[in-house]
Write a protein that binds this ligand. Sequence first.
Ligand code: NDP
Length: 462
Amino acid sequence: MPETDGGELLEVLEPATAAVLDAVPRAGVDDVDAAVERARAAYPAWRALSPSDRAAVLRAVSDAVREHREELARLEARNAGKPIGDARGEMDMVAQVFGYYAGAPERLLGDSIPVSGGQAWTVREPLGVVGLIVPWNFPLTIAAWKLGPALAAGNTVVLKPAELTPLSAVRFAEIAREAGLPEGVLNVVVGPGSTCGQRLVAHPDVAKIAFTGSTEVGRSIAAGAAQTIKRVTLELGGKSPNIIFADADLAAAAAAAPGAVFGNAGQDCCARSRILVQASALDAFMSALEGAVRAIRVGDPLDASTEMGPLISASHRASVASFVDDVAPVAFRGTAPDGPGFWFAPTVLCPVDPRARAAREEIFGPVAVVIPFDDEQEAVRLANDTIYGLSGSIWSGDGGRALRVARALEAGVLSINSNTSVRVSTPFGGFKQSGYGRELGPNALDAYTEVKSIFFSTGSAG
Ligand code: NDP
């Protein structure tokens, strides 16, 4: 059960049916304070654990996630409405993240720096209690990206999942505890961002907030954290470009484009939702894309053949639908089930004016805009013409051009002739208003440690 004594119950819905899936106690501010206190109490012992023992606990957590893969995947598929195949892949990644960061406690290296009169070197210290605030789109995966490096570095944690999708975090905490994570090292608080999230941000005993979610809430977290000079990392929205040059393998680009924008029903901060296509290849690309979009299997998340599930909630569906009004230039749409559940058919708009709302705002749903361009310069200008800078793709048969464009794009995570953004061993994070700080890879540890410099005087020979 989550960390609360609370009386009020929070009903958790299943997006594919709109029915109640479960009910969990809803935490309040007092529960956050109690969780922070438990994390504070657990900190000295967790931090003092030998690096190899801390590594062993993280390895055991990784193994336990693998053992509970199917249970966690089904829970995530039902609560977040994502296809079961995707959910299984996400649980594999969660296990990988803990396995990867199990290597970190014994590799938190410092520098030895030449100085006069003695020896100077640096060590990495944990921050203390860190607050993790995560969204509903990849509930346990995004939590794991933060938990792995935070715990490896010796911090203790209060994790606040989104109220819409708390179930996998609650179950994961039980599994991790059974695997040997000491009491109080991980505390899950299920409650609203407006109360529990804000309290974590304001709490004087929380050293850092790691947040993934909307740019708007990220802005308020950065402002709130300033009061106590908390460390903050922010992984926020995106409006990522998928740039397709006429010299690309158009069939491969068109076959891959739907997965890059309609995966997780478009509820992905890395969604390549702006497809920029060189005008001379537009017709050929669009006809290949149409076949791929119409073929997407949208349906029951627990059916192994499903490729796209529903949206997360009724209100989010209404927000997505507002981008496909009567005057939207719909080029073609896929299908979606009727009946209960928050369904929305994959939709491609073309041609879209780069100044249009659909081309500028993060839709966070299965709606792609296609924008034609003439040359490399225009492609780069259009791609960078956004407040965001998270990810993007470049498809071209000209390696020099692909690299030139990759260097010119203002974004943190790019792929060439591929739409993949995320690997456990490589850094992930945004430029501009997509946030700051990096998750995953070796860089994530920087965000959960302070560098301390120590000078040891050697005196003078007598
Ligand atoms: P939010 O940014 O509101 O929610 C993300 C997390 O922050 C949730 O745990 C939420 O809690 C919490 N939160 C909300 N308000 C506060 C606050 N004032 N202080 C501290 N924590 C807070 O995202 P939404 O769910 O509202 O989604 C809205 C839009 O955000 C989406 O349409 C999409 O554009 C973007 N988004 C981007 C994501 C990404 O991966 N970068 C992920 C999710 C959304 P709770 O929900 O429990 O109240």
